[in-house]
Design a protein around this ligand. Structure first.
Ligand code: IFM
Length: 449
């Protein structure tokens, strides 16, 4: 194994930055969604969160001191273009300049996501992802960021987990902007798929040597009864919805309509040339895996005829998100995404776990997170050793942060944040990860095959 496997930590703007209206930033859909009663556990919000906007220097120094040389962060669209197209908030853009420079000063390579769910509310007022104009709004925004940072930032990701932000935000209504139903979901889905391709092309034309990717959430899907044909079909449909929906049109295969005929309903939104415009081959894909799903047939679920059997019912080991701890899932997903011949490089752009961390005598002994990370990383390296493409791993997350509709209760960080004092404490998992990276690099620096 060559010593070029990269190790990093991931974050996102709304989850860590705070600075709600600092320096000209205006509302995102999450700022507005959090104001709705009971939309978020304990009615919390990201107004302050980790105040990374003010503490970024301390956090980057901490990252570097932990041997973590790759940092994934996202740009807040409403900080940079709070009013949508045609207006740039220079002071917002300046923040990402400072952040990039400080990363490089500390020998940390920035990996920048352009969209991690915080759409400017101004654009949501015009229909958000349901409005086809979002493809050009996003392209303008992407060009501005890449023109400004592209001389220093080489690694770019277009969208974070489109399955989640379209499904939870525009079908189930449990994430911002809280819209529901197929009439919102289908256009949002199609416009997000067009946007991921347009984003790749925009970055390429703004920066010829950029290393460009986009990210997908994914879970290994297993049928509840592997001998029951209806459960097997339910698992295949769920796999198409969760794991294939966005990558396949991007790579030129079109939507997985034959497995999921419900997608034929996209037809009214598909205009001439869209089939080509959905395609762009990225330099890499980011896959984000936490768990697996077990699925059975259900005649009560419209369109999908499948039901996820939750981990609690199955009485299996799980995190406080109620997600099953199933390390083989990450291996299976690496294998599954390796089957697309167009995929050149794969990075695990998120993996991690939330547990009930306790601070005792100033220490956070998060043994469960250490075990979780160890077992998932082992499966990633198993895939690598078997010759599958997998080029790096980013832990989710560097800091405890705002976990969307779950608020601050689930702590995913390898660094504990006291949200009152903003004091940071490296958890046992942070020390373990740091040491693991160091030993991995020492082990592999001499063996170059
Ligand atoms: O916190 C989220 C992140 O924003 C997207 N991927 C999953 C993480 C844990 O739920």
């Amino acid at each position: 194994m060559k010593n070029d496997f990269i190790w990093g930590a991931a974050t996102s703007a709304y989850q860590i930055e705070g600075g709600k209206f600092a320096d000209g930033k205006r509302s995102s859909i999450w700022d507005e969604f959090c104001k709705k009663k009971n939309a978020i556990v304990n009615n919390q919000n990201g107004n302050k969160s980790c105040e990374f906007y003010y503490h970024y220097k301390e956090d980057i120094r901490l990252l570097a001191s932990l041997n973590i040389k790759n940092f994934r962060f996202s740009v807040s669209w409403p900080r940079v273009m709070p009013l949508g197209p045609g207006f740039i908030n220079q002071r917002g853009l300046d923040f990402y300049d400072r952040l990039t420079d400080y990363c490089l000063e500390n020998k940390v390579d920035p990996w920048v996501t352009l969209y991690h769910w915080d759409l400017p509310q101004e654009l949501e007022d015009r229909g958000g992802w349901t409005n086809r104009d979002i493809v050009s709004w996003f392209s303008e925004y992407a060009a501005i960021i890449v023109n400004r940072l592209g001389d220093r930032v080489k690694h770019w990701m277009v969208l974070n987990e489109p399955v989640v932000f379209t499904g939870a935000g525009y079908f189930l209504g449990v994430h911002a902007p809280g819209k529901k139903g197929v009439d919102n979901y289908l256009p949002a889905l199609h416009h997000a798929a067009l946007t991921q391709a347009a984003g790749i092309k925009t970055i390429r034309s703004a920066c010829a040597d950029a290393h460009i990717g986009t990210t997908f959430s994914c879970s290994h899907i297993t049928p509840l009864n592997p001998h029951n044909i209806e459960d097997i079909l339910a698992a295949q449909k769920t796999d198409a919805l969760i794991n294939r929906l966005f990558i396949e049109p991007l790579l030129g295969y079109g939507y997985p309509t034959s497995t999921l005929p419900f997608l034929n309903k996209l037809e009214p939104y598909i205009k001439s040339n869209d089939i080509e415009n959905l395609v762009a081959i990225p330099d890499f894909i980011g896959i984000q895996n936490y768990t697996r799903e077990v699925v059975s047939h259900s005649k009560f679920t419209p369109y999908l005829n499948a039901k996820i059997i939750d981990a609690k019912t199955r009485n299996v080991d799980r995190t406080i998100m109620n997600w099953e701890i199933y390390p083989e899932s990450i291996y299976e997903m690496i294998k599954q995404f390796n089957r697309y011949k167009e995929v050149k490089e794969i990075y695990i752009t998120e993996n991690g776990a939330a547990f009930n961390d306790r601070k005792i005598d100033g220490q956070i002994n998060d043994e469960k997170r250490v075990n979780y990370l160890k077992s998932y990383i082992e499966q990633v390296l198993r895939a690598k050793n078997e010759g599958l493409k997998v080029d790096g791993y980013f832990v989710w997350s560097l800091l405890d942060n705002f976990e969307w509709s779950e608020g601050y209760t689930p702590r995913f960080g390898i660094v504990h944040v006291d949200f009152e004092t903003q004091h940071r404490t490296v958890k046992k998992s942070g020390k373990w990860y740091s040491n693991y990276i160091k030993e991995f690099q020492e082990r592999n620096s001499s063996i170059v095959i």
